[in-house]
Design a protein around this ligand. Structure first.
Ligand code: UD1
Ligand code: MG
Length: 528
């Protein structure tokens, strides 16, 4: 991170102790305790002196055109605001506050689960980012350092935030702004520097003149302030701008003219600072996040054949020497052990995949696929399923809430629901576990080394004992004891000469005649 500015001389101390204007009622603020462990890459660095971190997430998100609040839209399986909070909490600020407002109930309910340590501050009237910070500072410490960032920049990393914080401390600045040089600065606040190259002020797109609009260095909306000096500057904010709002960005000019030292530090990677305001930006950020996640897995020894079509949630764990073929999506709390082969075109959600398992062109959710098991192509494995070691579920097979034992096979065209299948058993093609009587679901238990004939209907509740068989095409409604064969189908009858009599002149009749058939006999084979 390049320091872009020489530190200005020590100057007049900003007005101290000015109280912010009365805002809406702030939620009771309690000190942060039991912070989660720092999970990101800033571990091992000097303990930061951040007293407070404020995430601004009260905005309407109008441009998303969504019933879901903007900050709750997921990327890589996690809401936008959670990415921001994860990067922020890695800096171990003494307290974390999130300003909420629009769709407040939904955001509040969500954060209570994912970041219960965050203190929520309500901004009922959204009167701009400066206003949001005024409210957030109510009952906050009067001295110390505060980090402020927007809740809609999910690509920011804790590493960049830590570097920014380090730069702020090293330069002994009173206010630091994280900036970035971007290919298209349209819509962002611009960093205006004086002739000496020092940060002078920030001007919003709508308030910028033509010359200022040419500036490609933008305000990322991430700041670090001396709390006391920020309070003083906030008290001087005015809403005489294009949006009639209190802009947080205006505190820079106010602080500068009060003699405080202000600086802008440019981020090396501008993609980290991209904000999400509409669905196109959501997709753009999701693609960048996808590439980041895939790169990290590849660095760890995972083969991803086509990273552009492989979507992996940030929560997924993958061991080395796993191969993922194109068009695969891996979501939620999925864990994949080494040597497994996934894809192409496979979707896994909350799946435990064992060593060397293969899942080809299939969809699996909330299930366990043990080591060496084989799934697909075109299998649908639904919640509550365990496919034990070395088992196989083949083409066009649906399995739900069932256990398929070690080495057992369901190779073709079957439905297995609410069943327990022992080891070494084979379920013939097109077998249906008839688990539903229209009112309730029933259980089927199949023993070890069983052979279920093709096209068997297993009408639950039912038990088929060890080593038993069923005859192909049977509708099995009674238990089959160990070592027996269950036969439950109509006996076959052949009505001789029927085609020659009833379909005379047809191609079938002609072929039958060539094969020696005659219409004379009316005998029925298979009847007494
Ligand atoms: C803001 C900055 C701009 C910067 C850009 C970076 C100001 C005036 N402008 O513009 O310089 O380039 O971010 O992305 O700050 N919010 C509230 N309460 C409010 C208004 C906003 O909590 O009353 C929150 C929003 O939810 C959002 C953040 O503050 O998370 C930024 O607000 P937004 O309206 O997106 O500001 P930008 O126009 O993007
Ligand atoms: Mg924004």
């Amino acid at each position: 991170m390049a320091e872009r500015e020489a530190k200005p001389p020590e100057g007049v101390v900003a007005e101290r102790g000015a109280r912010p204007p009365e805002g809406e009622v702030a939620a009771p603020v309690v000190p942060l305790c039991n912070r989660p462990a720092n999970t990101e890459a800033v571990r091992g660095r000097a303990v930061s002196q951040l007293d407070l971190a404020i995430v601004l997430a009260a905005g309407e998100g109008t441009r998303m055109k969504s019933a879901l609040p903007k900050v709750l839209h997921p990327i890589a399986g996690r809401p936008i605001v959670d990415h921001v909070l994860a990067a922020t909490t890695a800096l171990n600020a003494s307290e974390l506050r999130v300003v909420i407002g629009a769709a407040r109930e939904q955001v509040e309910a969500h954060l209570a689960v994912t970041f219960p340590q965050a203190n929520l501050v309500v901004q009922a009237q959204r009167n701009g980012t400066g206003h949001a910070v005024q409210i957030a500072l109510e009952n906050a410490p009067h001295l110390g350092t505060v980090l402020i960032l927007a809740g809609d920049t999910p690509l920011l990393t804790s590493v960049t935030l830590q570097e920014f914080f380090d730069a702020h401390i090293e330069t002994k600045s009173d206010a630091s702004v994280l900036s970035a040089h971007v290919p298209d600065p349209f819509g962002y606040g611009r960093i205006v520097r004086g002739e000496d190259g020092a940060l002078a002020r920030i001007v919003e797109e709508r308030d910028a003149n033509e010359e200022e609009q040419e500036i490609d260095e933008i305000n990322t909306g991430v700041y670090i302030f001396d709390i006391a000096k920020l309070r003083g500057a906030l008290a001087g904010l005015k809403s005489g701008n294009a949006q009639g709002e209190l802009y947080l960005t205006d505190v820079i000019e106010i602080m500068k003219s009060a003699g405080d030292s202000v600086a802008a530090f440019a981020s090396n990677d501008y993609t980290e600072t991209l904000g999400i305001n509409d669905r196109s930006q959501l997709a753009e950020c999701a693609a960048i996040m996808r590439d980041r996640i895939n790169d990290a897995h590849m660095k760890n020894g995972v083969s991803i054949v086509d990273p552009t079509t492989t979507w992996i949630d940030s929560s997924v764990e993958i061991d080395r020497d796993v191969t993922i073929y194109p068009g695969s999506s891996i979501f939620g709390k999925t864990r994949i052990a080494s040597g497994a082969i996934i894809g192409p075109r496979t979707s896994l959600e909350n799946v435990e995949v064992g060593v060397g398992a293969k899942i080809l062109e299939s969809r699996v959710s909330d299930s366990t696929i043990e080591s060496g098991a084989n799934v697909g192509p075109f299998s649908f494995i639904r919640p509550g399923t365990t496919l034990a070691e070395g088992s196989k579920v083949g083409a066009y097979v649906e399995v739900k809430n069932s256990h398929v034992g070690p080495g057992s096979k369901v190779p073709h065209l079957s439905y297995v629901g609410d069943a327990t299948i022992g080891s070494g058993t084979n379920i013939g093609a097109a077998t249906i576990f008839v688990n539903y009587d229209g009112v309730e679901k029933h259980q089927t238990t199949i023993g070890n080394d069983v052979r279920i004939g093709s096209d068997t209907m297993l009408v639950a509740p039912l038990t088929v004992g060890d080593g038993a068989y069923t005859a192909a095409g049977s509708v099995i409604t009674e238990d089959v004891p160990a070592g027996s064969i269950g036969v439950a189908r109509a006996k076959q009858r052949n009505v001789l000469g029927w085609v020659l009599r009833k379909r005379a002149g047809s191609k079938s009749a002609e072929s039958a005649r060539k094969a020696g058939a005659t219409e004379g006999s009316t005998k029925v084979q298979g009847e007494a």
